[in-house]
Unconditional design. Sequence first.
Length: 276
Amino acid sequence: MAQVILFLKRTRTPLNITATIITFNEEEHIQAAIESVSWANEVLVVDSCSTDSTREIALKCGARVIEREWPGFAAQKQFAADEAKTEWIFSLDADERVTDELRASIEDLLYTNEEKLADGYRIARRAFYMGRWIRGGGWYPDRQLRLYRKSMGRWEGAYIHESVKMKPSARVEMLKGDILHYSMRDAAHHHRMIGERYAPLAARQMFEQGRRASRLQIAVAPVAAFLRSFILKGGFRDGLAGLAIARFAAHNVFLKYLMLWELQEKGKSKKVKGKS
């Protein structure tokens, strides 16, 4: 047994990992999130001036906590990566958890030859919604690049849908196991998140990218979004939850294009006033 332990120590990859979590008023979730990444060499929480007990709970759980004003999702996650003490980053949201299978997959990397390690790893994410684990609707496997060498990738995304963009030379592979996502408490929370976050942020991002909406697009795109989620991506397999997801997907698309149309109309109005 002693010889086996010595052999493992000799062949272990120098893979030290910092688990990074960005937070704002996440006292309900933060302890479970930190506990699910207790295997990391460091847990770093970057908190955006929470008014609840998020920071205190994180400190009690052994995390290093940095308080910083909110600059946006991608900027905050990149700041967390830059502040990490290790080259390898595992990024987790406060409402997510690491499964035992995923933890085992990551621990297996510790005994992989350095030359065989990829530069980043994509991981499937499974959402819990309306009392069940969702299989369709485009919500699963929803693969996210969450484990990566920070020298090979950076977070991008001006307002929403932030992601790690790896260098062209980087090699990215898949890891077995899921990240569990507890994002929506109920239908009311889902509806509020679309109206307060997803749709307005998406509209702003689209507007700044030069995209514009037409009346026809506002009318047709939501129908296409519903059919894509419920039929093409198998949302019907999730019953009422799948129907709700498809319906909210349509609402999100309708609202973001309507808000984009409002932004472009305001822009036209300003130009007219400037000429007069």
